[in-house]
Design a protein around this ligand. Sequence first.
Ligand code: COA
Length: 429
Amino acid sequence: MTDSLTVRDNRTGQEYDVPIADGTIKAADLGKIKAGDDQPGLAVYDPGFVNTASCRSSVTFIDGDEGILEYRGYPIEQLAEGSNFLEVAYLLNHGALPTKAEFDAWEHEITYHTFVHENIKTFMEGFRYDAHPMGMLMASVGALSTFYPDARDIHDAENRHMQIVRMIAKMPTLGAWSFRHAQGKPFVYPDNELSYTANFLSMLFKMSEKTFEPDPRLVKALDVLFILHADHEQNASTNAVRSVGSTQVDPYSAVASGVGALYGPLHGGANEAVLRMLRRIGSKENIPSFIEGVKNGNEKLMGFGHRVYKNYDPRARIIKKAADDVFEVTGVNPLLEIALELEKIALEDEYFVKRKLYPNVDFYSGLIYEAFQFPPEMFTVLFAIGRTPGWLAQWLELVQDKEQKIARPKQIYTGARRLDFVPASERWA
Ligand code: COA
C-alpha cells in the first residue's frame, strides 16, 4: 500500500501523485495541478472549513463517533471528576499535569492577577445601562491590550506566560463586572482568599456581607462546567483566535476576537434556545405533539445534534450529573422534568436514532445556569471564561508552530472584470 493519491486531471490527461500523511493531503500539492502553465493551480473550495485541517495540534482530541473528548490525552470524564479548573488550565497551557509546587505557583500567580487597572472600571462604567455583557467582555478584553503593551512581544516565552496568567485571572473579573453593570450594582473587587471559581461567584453576587461564602456544591458544579468548556479543538471561536493570532497581534486582541465569535447564536447561544423551547412546551403532556412537529420538519429539538458528535456528547452526561448537585442546593428547576422526558422519548424514537441525534452540551447547561439565577445573556460569558485557557493554549501552540502562516484563504471570484470607470461628473450628468 502506498500512502499517496493518484489524481488524473481530465483537462490535460496528466497524472499526479499526491502524498497522504496523517489522513490528509496538502492543499499546496493540489496547487501544482494546472490546466496550463499560465493557469492558476487547483484549489479547494470549503466554506466553513468542513473538511479542512488548518493546523497540527496536541491540545484536544475528539472522536465524535465514539463520543470521546480528551484534553492533552486525559478523558474529560476523569478531569471533571478529579481535577479542578485551574489545574485543567495548567494542563492545557503546559501540556502536562503540574507537580504540587508547579500547581501552587500557578494558583498563586493567577490569584494575584485577578485585579484590573482602575481605568478598566471607569471604561466599563461607560457602557449603556442595558449593554449586553458579551459586548462588554469583548471590548474590555480587547482594551487590556492597551494596558499591557508589552504583550506585543509574542516571541518571548516569559512574556507569553505573563499574558496567559493575566488573561485567565482577569476574565472572571471582567465577566462579573459586565453582569453587575447590567444590574446597576456596584462592582465587587476580587477576594484573593477565595478559590478561582468561588471568587467569581463572590464578584457576581456579593452584597454587603464581609466575606461571600458560596455553597461548596455550587462552586464545584460551576468549576466542572468551566472544565467542560475549557477547549473543543478547532471550533469557530478558537479558529477566530488562531486566525487573528496568525497576524502576530497581541493575545488580548486575539482572544477578544474569540469572544466575538462566541457571541454569535450559532456558537454560544444554543442553551438559551433550549430554555425557550422547554418553556414553550410547558408540560410533559405536550411533548408528543412537539416531537411530531420536529419530525415533520417544523422546528428543531434544540440541544440535540452536533456537527462533530454522532454519539452522546460526553459533556452532556457530566452536566446532567452536575445538574443534580446544583438542584440539591437551589431546588429543582421545573423545566428539568420536561427535559428528562424529552430526552427519554427522543433517544428511543427512530427519527433521532437514525440521524444519530443525541443531547449535546447545551441541553442541560441552561437549566443549571438558570438555577444559579444567571440571566440568559450571561450564559455565553460563562462559556467564555471557561474557554479562555483553551483559546490561550491554542494561541500558544500557533505562535510556536513553524508551519503556520498568516491565515489568508483563497476565494472564487464571482464579480465583474475590467469595467471602465466613468467619473461621477459624467455618470450623473
Ligand atoms: N432536531 C431535529 N432534527 C435535527 C436536529 C435537531 N436538533 N439536528 C439535526 N437534525 C436533522 C437535520 O434536519 C437533518 O435531517 P435530514 O437528514 O432529514 O435533512 C439531519 O438531522 C442532519 O442534520 P445536519 O443539519 O446535517 O447536521 P449538522 O451537523 O449540520 O448540524 C447542528 C449540527 C448542531 C447545527 C444541529 O444538530 C442543530 O441545529 N442542533 C440544534 C441546535 C443546537 O443544539 N446547537 C448546539 C450545538 S453544541
